[in-house]
Design a protein. Structure first.
Lengths: 111, 112
């Protein structure tokens, strides 16, 4: 069974901390995505990557960066966490078809 | 770009009844459509998809209908069960570009 694994289900971090959210897929997919999900706002695209060492800004990249050093791993970095980055973060990958496979999500709380 | 809307943020349905969830999209160049189900505390899971050259596709207890004339997509769940309680998203793929645009989600609550 194909899988997208997000390293943490729940995280609590302090304001100003540097936060790393990790995502690994085992499907040899080229494309990977990071979304945040907030009540009433739906899924919003933060960053995406179509290849190793490649990254593209999504709709809300401010305050975030990403890293794709290996094909299977796509990391989301919060350079200096703020309380408005408290959210559910979802990683997804996309193979030859158009559909995405999602991870289980990381619920991040910044205090 | 694509904008996707969902009708009825919350749908309350009696167990055993059929559920219908609707989705409108704006770009007539959209070529592929997906429905996802998201249970509480989990990531979205694929339910069913349909390509723009079709108008109906059936799965196990689910049917997706596509009306390209009015740019409308629906998901029908037959004999709704408690395990169907979740948030349902439509997602739309445009021919140009290779990303999905997601609707806001409809919460389905199944009453026993």
């Amino acid at each position: 069974d194909v899988k997208v694994t997000q390293s943490s289900r729940y995280l609590v971090k302090r304001t100003g901390e540097k936060v790393f959210l990790e995502c690994v897929q085992d499907m040899d997919h080229e494309n990977m995505f990071w979304y945040r999900q907030d009540p009433g706002l739906g899924l919003r695209l933060i960053y995406f990557s179509y290849d190793v060492k490649m990254k593209e800004k999504g709709d809300i990249p401010e305050g975030y960066s990403v890293s794709r050093e290996k094909k299977e791993r796509f990391s989301l970095i919060l350079e200096s966490a703020s309380t408005n980055q408290t959210s559910m973060y979802l990683c997804a990958s996309q193979g030859q078809g158009y559909g995405y496979t999602f991870g289980s999500g990381t619920r991040l709380t910044v205090v | 770009g694509e904008s996707v809307g969902l009708h009825l943020p919350t749908l309350s349905v009696q167990e055993g009844d059929n559920s219908i969830i609707n989705c409108a999209y704006s770009n007539s160049a959209s070529d592929y459509f997906i429905w996802y189900k998201q249970e509480s505390g989990k990531g979205p899971q694929f339910i069913i998809d349909i390509r723009s050259n079709m108008d109906k596709r059936q799965g196990q207890r689910v049917t997706v209908l596509l009306n390209k004339t009015v740019k409308h997509l629906s998901l029908q769940i037959a004999a709704t069960q408690p395990g169907d309680s979740a948030v349902y998203f439509c997602a739309v793929h445009e021919t140009a570009g290779n990303k999905l645009t997601f609707g806001g989600g409809t919460r389905v609550l199944v009453k026993p």
